[in-house]
Design a protein. Sequence first.
Length: 65
Amino acid sequence: MDAAMIMVLVLCAGVAALLVWFEINSRRNEARKKQTATPSQSTFEPLPKEAQTKVESEIEKTKAA
């Protein structure tokens, strides 16, 4: 193999390694964002119907007392 062929192979391997590294970092950041966003987003989600009625009944009890 001549020097030009070796240089092309090395550059292709470097680009492939860089793309794999970018993909791994991207997935890691997405997982981290999803993990930290889950507790804060859960406060904005509406309560299920049963939980909502329980909360409303507790509020009414405290108002009546």
